[in-house]
Design a protein around this ligand. Structure first.
Ligand code: DQA
Length: 150
């Protein structure tokens, strides 16, 4: 099983970016944590970060046949991107949305997610743990789906 972890704009600055909100863990450290958890679960994890909306859309499109699932933190595009929402809907690859912060406890413009409705679920507010929780959730979802098929 292969899982793509896709991170949107400004998440390359984790560790130094508003640490009171996003914590002091860097993106590389988060990727290592998910990769290690993936090893425990027998799952391969690959991570891509982009500040560019089009590149994120392309990564979602290219997931077909390459990845079994996507963990997506669309960052600010969560609140603006119809294109990302459409891309998630356009591919069969199931997607879990993650946020480090609890977007519902922050500014009102962060309360709406345009992308979450296209995902199988959303995890928000557990800091870097959100990613590991999302990995556990998507692996369980994919394994349950497979066992139902058999
Ligand atoms: C974020 C929340 C977004 O509102 C924000 O624009 C981000 C990070 C999070 O992980 O908490 O860049 O997605």
């Amino acid at each position: 099983m292969r899982i793509l972890v896709l991170n949107g704009p400004n998440l390359n600055l984790l560790g130094q970016r508003e640490p009171d909100i996003y914590g002091s863990t860097t993106l590389d450290e988060i990727v290592k944590k998910i990769t290690d958890r993936g090893k425990d679960l027998g799952v391969e994890v690959e991570a891509i970060q982009s500040n560019d909306e089009g590149a994120l859309v392309t990564s979602v499109q290219k997931s077909i046949g390459r990845y079994d699932g996507i963990i997506l933190n669309p960052a600010a595009y969560t609140h603006t991107s119809v294109a990302l929402c459409d891309a998630i809907k356009a591919v069969p690859t199931p997607c879990v949305e993650v946020h480090l912060s609890n977007i519902y406890a922050r500014e009102e413009y962060r309360h709406a997610s345009l992308t979450a409705g296209a995902c199988i679920g959303q995890i928000s507010g557990f800091g870097d743990r959100s990613y590991v929780l999302a990995l556990d959730a998507i692996v369980e979802y994919l394994r349950n789906r497979k066992s139902k098929e058999n």
